[in-house]
Design a protein around this ligand. Structure first.
Ligand SMILES: Cc1cc2nc3c(=O)[nH]c(=O)nc-3n(C[C@H](O)[C@H](O)[C@H](O)COP(=O)(O)O)c2cc1C
Length: 224
């Protein structure tokens, strides 16, 4: 079970925002309709203002869904922390974020034999939901605690040898009071700015080694 972490006119270029020499944090900001966004837009804009943070607006970068796998792998390899930032859609990630995972986290590169490119790095989910926190309850219309939807993220990190950091979540994102949204954005920016000096990191166990038998995944998707 994963404990959730307690709970800023804007560049819109699709290209990764800043290209400083030592980006240690790579933020994948995936929202299919930024103009309709209340929460993620504010988070994206906060990240764009921070030094050492590379922000990739996925839907602007790849409107045709043609992901530049080599470039993405290069950015990932250079980073220490990968941030997946998006609205929860159908209890999961937006489709382009999923395609990014399918193509960039290649067998033989991110996992599987010889796939050690991400080992020792960290993955941080920063997500918003339309449902209020009490809807994510056995008695609510979402029927499960929100933690029940996290294993695919957590196990993806594990398979790649990455630490899965406690997610930062904003529930009821479209109706949360402005003060709550502002505090959420502030926590997000403060966390990005202070990484890796997060008190809870010392308590996180190292990721267990996950061996994927060669026959389980197609070799054709190996290291590119
Ligand atoms: C196609 C689609 C699917 C969605 N699925 C979910 C869902 O499974 N659970 C949920 O709580 N909210 C769901 N939502 C609501 C979004 O998560 C919510 O509108 C978003 O987090 C608000 O953030 P934003 O202001 O940045 O858009 C969905 C929205 C869309 C458009």
């Amino acid at each position: 079970m994963v404990a959730a972490m307690p709970t800023i006119p804007t560049p819109t270029s699709g290209a990764p925002s800043s290209e400083p020499d030592a980006d240690t944090i790579y933020v994948l900001a995936a929202h299919p309709h930024w103009r309709e966004s209340r929460a993620n837009r504010r988070l994206r804009d906060a990240a764009l203002r921070l030094p050492g943070v590379r922000v990739n607006d996925l839907y602007a970068s790849y409107p045709d869904y043609a992901i530049d796998v080599a470039a993405e792998q290069q950015r990932l390899a250079a980073a220490e922390l990968l941030v997946l930032m998006h609205p929860i859609q159908w209890y999961s990630m937006p489709s382009l974020q999923k395609l990014w995972m399918d193509e960039v986290l290649g067998y033989g590169w991110a996992y599987g034999p010889g796939g050690h490119a991400l080992r020792g790095k960290s993955l941080w989910l920063v997500a918003s939901t339309g449902g209020a926190q009490d809807s994510y309850h056995p008695a609510g219309y979402n029927r499960y605690f929100f933690d029940a939807f996290l294993p695919p993220y957590e196990q993806t990190a594990a398979l790649c040898g990455m630490r899965f950091l406690p997610p930062l979540l904003l529930h009821d994102a479209r109706r949360a009071p402005e003060s709550e949204l502002a505090a959420h954005v502030e926590v997000f920016a403060q966390r990005l700015g202070s990484y890796p000096d997060w008190p809870e990191l010392a308590e996180l166990e190292d990721c267990p080694e996950c061996m994927v038998p060669a026959g389980d995944r197609p070799q054709a998707q190996g290291a590119r």
